[in-house]
Design a protein. Structure first.
Length: 279
């Protein structure tokens, strides 16, 4: 029996049975100092309320990311206290089990040293409420972890992939290399011609080896867990609006453990300040 449970039994013995404090302590085998102990770490109502709100808004974040969000809002709290409250309030959600392949090759990707050095691109599939299949083109910068684009459609041929790359490149410049798999949209003439004309290298991973594109595979898992699996879509337009809102939050709100719990947006701004000698 835990000390808290023994204190509960002691309270019942003294209040309901009318036993003396000393006799009740002997009965439940607890020291009087333990029986009289009152926790001092009482969380403020404001902190608990905000923690519940954040956990409801961002169900898949976990206590460490919620602690970062709370500190951003001015709460003086560490991750240990947030974990205790998170657990006591029953806010944790069950982890979704990932299917593991026996003997899967583990590849540690090389770390890029700057933005636009290497992008990764892939597709994620889902379905609407009426059963129609949809695809989402995912594009990330491997250095900053920014999600550069989430393009939604029932069909995303190579020409549309090129159009997305053109739109992104006009805003932030072209990458040196893009890592892709061997799907027809990536291995076709449209992307090959665009890459050649713009001096962009295409790195194709080995067939059947998604772990060789670890950055995008990691992103796709988060995207599915935190966005696609949390919604029931009725139309393509709805999917587009929801995933774009999630993309904005991913880049500007969501703390990333690989970035020291900064957001991609923070990482980019700090890199720019460093380059300008402002850091």
């Amino acid at each position: 029996m835990t000390p808290a449970a023994r204190r509960g039994a002691w309270v019942a013995a003294t209040a309901e049975l009318g036993l003396s404090e000393r006799r009740a302590c002997r009965l439940v085998r607890i020291h009087r100092s333990v029986a009289r102990y009152k926790p001092r770490r009482e969380a403020s109502t404001e902190l608990l309320t905000r923690l519940r709100e954040l956990a409801s808004e961002r169900r898949r974040y976990g206590y460490r990311r919620l602690a970062v969000l709370l500190r951003r809002e001015g709460f003086v709290v560490n991750h240990k206290k947030v974990y205790r409250l998170y657990r006591d309030e029953g806010l944790a959600v069950r982890r979704r089990k990932r299917k593991k392949l026996a003997g899967a090759e583990r590849v540690i990707p090389s770390l890029p040293e700057s933005r636009n050095q290497c992008w990764s691109m892939d597709f994620v599939e889902d379905s609407l409420a009426d059963g129609r299949r949809i695809r989402v083109l995912t594009l990330v910068d491997n250095y900053s972890r920014e999600c550069l684009a989430l393009e939604v459609g029932t069909s995303l041929p190579g020409a549309r992939v090129v159009r997305v790359l053109e739109q992104v490149s006009r805003i932030r410049g072209k990458p040196k290399t893009i890592v892709v798999d061997n799907g027809p949209e990536f291995a076709g003439k449209a992307l090959d011609a665009w890459a050649y004309e713009n001096g962009v290298g295409l790195h194709f991973i080995a067939p059947g080896k998604p772990v060789q594109n670890a950055y995008i595979e990691s992103f796709n898992g988060k995207f599915r867990d935190e966005c696609l699996n949390e919604h029931w879509f009725s139309s393509i337009d709805e999917v587009g609006a929801v995933v774009e809102a999630w993309r904005q939050g991913y880049n500007t709100v969501r703390p990333h453990s690989s970035l020291g719990y900064r957001t991609p947006d923070q990482a980019v701004r700090e890199e720019k300040d460093l380059a300008l000698g402002l850091a």
